[in-house]
Design a binder for this molecule. Structure first.
Ligand code: TXA
Ligand code: MG
Length: 317
């Protein structure tokens, strides 16, 4: 399961990623748990393996800035920070480009209109990203709530059997996650990390803003987080006039859309954001969602739905 990150292991890992598998890999910050960021089912497996109770947006890893530009809008500030700190432990949150050839899974962005991008400097991460060709979504490779892993055995302790491959290249250098700077609005430090605030401000020439309130802990709670304009009703077993049904499983035959006709939670997670958006676009008064089990990925799916269903004005997402 843990393999030494030599050339042949990297080739195999790249193939695993392209085939929708999970690969834990070293970076200069911590070990990441990677999946093809354009494959929703593969990304759903990340949340499943980590036992994350929420769909937090993930960082997309790319081999170089040129490739990153395919996925986000770069302004002059982004160009300057990328030129100075990439490859390296800086993550930039930028406006998502929507007309890309291979769109990112909406699970990666959690339905937001921004995306977090990073070009790691670790030679093994670099080699893997180049061979995989696809962009790689990767949170830290630990169980949700545990500390980030800095060595391959830590990954194995936490995630063992749920990862297809763990590439071992010894201890991660920084042991501290990347610094996250949002440029979607005025430059804001979302997470302190391996590059100091001062180093970034020296390039910007202005101080970094701090995020409002406690948003830094959990972007899943940001106001801007996508929620349908229709009301949302959970555990629906019937459907009213002006409602559209979002189904799950084989029983939901009359649903306008079914998150997974076979009842597969990975498939449901991969479809969640785009199906909510598609139904909302049809202008119903409310979206009635049939019951979804609270097990495995169902917990994160239901969390997202509960927050979308919260009374308007009181919504905490
Ligand atoms: O060093 C690192 O950044 C490691 C290695 C593996 O690259 N990755 C990492 O990922 O720490 P993770 O998932 O543990 O943390 C990602 C952070 C989360 O706090 C997430 O909410 C934030 O990035 N994030 C991702 N997309 C965002 C967005 N569009 N807006 C604001 N925050 C975002
Ligand atoms: Mg983490």
């Amino acid at each position: 399961m843990i393999v030494k990150a030599d050339e042949s292991a990297i080739s195999r890992a790249a193939r695993v990623l392209r085939d929708g598998g999970l690969v834990a890999f070293p970076s200069e910050t911590v070990y990441g748990l990677g999946a093809d960021a354009t494959n929703g089912v593969a990304v759903a497996r990340i949340f499943e393996a980590k036992g994350r109770p929420r769909f937090n947006p993930l960082i997309v890893h790319l081999p170089e800035a040129r490739v990153a530009r395919e996925f986000a809008e770069f302004n002059a500030t982004a160009d300057a920070l990328a030129a100075k700190f990439w490859p390296g432990p800086l993550t930039l949150v930028l406006r998502l480009r929507t007309n890309t050839q291979t769109p990112l899974s909406e699970l990666v962005t959690a339905g937001l209109e921004t995306v977090a991008l990073r070009v790691p400097s670790h030679p093994i991460a670099q080699a893997l990203l180049r061979e995989a060709v696809v962009p790689i979504a990767a949170p830290s490779a630990n169980l949700s709530g545990r500390v980030s892993p800095t060595e391959a055995p830590h990954v194995f302790e936490d995630l063992g059997g749920s990862v297809d491959m763990i590439l071992d290249a010894g201890p991660a250098e920084a042991g501290l996650e990347s610094t996250i700077v949002s440029l979607a609005d005025k430059p804001t430090l979302l997470r302190a990390g391996a590059i100091s605030r001062e180093e970034i401000e020296a390039v910007l020439g202005v101080p970094l803003a701090s995020p409002a309130g406690s948003a830094i802990q959990s972007p899943g709670q940001l106001e801007s987080h996508y929620a349908p304009s229709a009301a949302l009703r959970m555990n629906a077993t019937d459907i009213g006039a002006d409602e559209l049904m979002l189904g799950f499983g084989p029983e939901a035959q009359n649903a306008a859309l079914n998150l997974s006709p076979s009842g597969d939670l990975r498939e449901a997670a991969a479809n969640l954001f785009s199906f909510l958006r598609a139904l909302d676009a049809r202008g119903p008064t409310s979206i009635a969602v049939t019951p979804i089990p609270e097990t495995g990925l169902g917990e994160a799916i239901n969390d997202r739905l509960r927050r979308a269903a919260a009374p308007r004005g009181k919504r905490t997402n």
